[in-house]
Write a protein that binds this ligand. Structure first.
Ligand SMILES: [Cu+2]
Length: 458
């Protein structure tokens, strides 16, 4: 690069370039379809307030921050329970993204991006537009990042705040009396979008009326594609367009949750289901017990997901108990996350050991900031990050817990994802689990029926 010399030209004999443009603009493939207008109206304004970066909505409050590396960050998530402000999370962020391409094609085998650790979510964050990205009563927050030469830059409308109708929260029809009770669900959504070259990723944190917090990640944009091989085959990918193939690849999201469930010090357990092993307790053969495994130190802090055993995790307070005398807690639920399909010792495997597990737990340390280490770009392979910190085997019982959930999409491309990909979703959920004494949404007002002859709501 510095001497402007051509050293070598690589010709991979990858077949003819495609003759078909991958155009996805309006009208490119025929006239637009007709859609009816759909308006979201809140005549009295939104149900939340924004005071600087402090957001309050119904019983929830939190602060919205922003960093160069992680983009949008939530701080100090609290739930107002009667007159008590109860803490749930000290901090929550999407901490790293890793995208390994699993194709030996000469243009694809070196692609394995740490989108946050190499580029930074902050500078990749897109400005959002009302009516396009977000619908209804929206409030935006701007963000500030540094350019490559250290100059400050404002990302206008970086974070979108809005309420969203979420269908039914709970419902029951008493079939004996015909009496129906139903409550509509509404969520408070905090979102941002990062454009990472060809791909676009939306990050949607939602706060729900039943105490649930979830993160939904929306993957969209354009797949990274190559030509077909000399024999016209897409051996480690899928043909998605004329002479175009998309390689098999994955998207891993390394999340970071600094928990504070009813206080700064928590403890962690893994829960799974199994058939009751004691025949005395299982006379009908249908007894299922939930088995709790305390994760007391970092030596046991790397966990695997297993939906077939209903594996989930419980974060408990060390200070408060509920009306049953049990520690108050929150449950962490992860979807059916993928694993890496690469040989041990391969570069894609050695670069990101964190993707081998669905959950890592560590004791808070201020300099342990990023799941794949401080410098995943040029650091030695696999010598920094959560798997290295864990060797200290610090206690996790009654500790300032940092949880590092990893959710991974295995992307087996489809022709329908070309030339632009409709949103694919993956996420993480935190549900109150003994945090409240009963359903915390019993105080929601019943909705009014839209027509007076439909006496269906209460
Ligand atoms: Cu993909």
């Amino acid at each position: 690069m510095e001497t402007f010399e051509v050293l070598r030209i690589e010709d991979h004999d990858s077949g003819p370039p495609t003759a078909e443009a991958g155009n996805y603009r309006s009208g490119a493939w025929g006239p637009d379809r007709v859609v009816a207008p759909l308006e979201i109206v809140q005549p009295d304004g939104p149900g939340f307030t924004v005071d600087g970066h402090l957001v309050r909505w119904q019983n929830w409050s939190f602060r919205v921050g922003f960093t160069h590396r992680e983009g949008m960050v939530l701080h100090d998530v609290r739930y107002l329970d009667g007159d008590r402000e109860r803490t749930v999370l000290r901090r929550a962020a999407v901490n790293e993204m890793y995208v390994p391409y699993l194709d030996p094609d000469p243009t694809a085998y070196r692609k394995n991006f740490f989108d946050w650790g190499e580029y930074g979510a902050g500078p990749l964050t897109a400005s959002l537009a009302l009516g396009c990205d977000c619908l209804g009563e929206i409030r935006y927050l701007d963000a500030a990042v540094l350019g490559g030469h250290g100059e400050p830059r404002t990302v206008r409308n970086a974070v979108c705040l809005h309420e969203e109708d979420a269908s039914i929260l709970w419902k029951h029809v008493n079939t004996r009396t015909g009496h129906a009770e139903v409550r509509r669900s509404r969520k408070m959504v905090v979102s941002s979008f990062a454009t990472v070259a060809n791909y676009d990723y939306g990050f949607y944190w939602s706060f729900h009326q039943d105490g649930t917090i979830d993160l939904e990640i929306k993957l969209t944009g354009i797949m990274s594609v190559t030509g077909l091989g000399p024999d016209g085959a897409a051996r480690h990918g899928r043909r998605v367009g004329a002479d175009v193939q998309a390689s098999n690849h994955q998207h891993y999201f390394g999340l970071r949750l600094d928990t504070a469930v009813d206080g700064p010090r928590n403890r962690l357990s893994e829960i799974h289901a199994e058939v009751e092993p004691d025949p005395e307790l299982d006379p009908y053969g249908n007894a299922c017990r939930m088995v709790r495994t305390p994760i007391t130190s970092e030596a046991a802090g790397a966990r695997s997901a297993d939906p077939s055993r209903a594996v989930h995790w419980l974060v408990e307070s060390t200070e408060r108990t509920n009306r049953f005398g049990d520690p108050t807690g929150y449950r962490l639920v992860l979807p059916n996350t993928t694993r890496l399909f690469a040989r041990p010792g391969s570069v894609v495997e050695r670069k990101a050991p964190f993707v081998s597990r669905a959950l890592w737990a560590s004791a808070y340390a201020p300099d342990e900031r990023f799941i794949a280490g401080e410098y995943p770009n040029q650091g030695p392979l696999g010598e920094d990050g959560v798997h290295v910190w864990q060797r200290a085997d610090r206690p996790l019982d009654d500790a300032e817990l940092v949880l590092w959930p990893v959710v991974g999409v295995h992307h087996d491309p489809r022709p329908e994802e070309w030339p632009v990909m409709a949103v694919h979703r993956i996420g993480m959920r935190m549900e109150p689990d003994g945090f409240f004494d009963r359903n915390p949404s019993l105080d929601l007002p019943a909705p009014a029926p839209a027509r007076s002859d439909d006496g269906c709501c209460h």
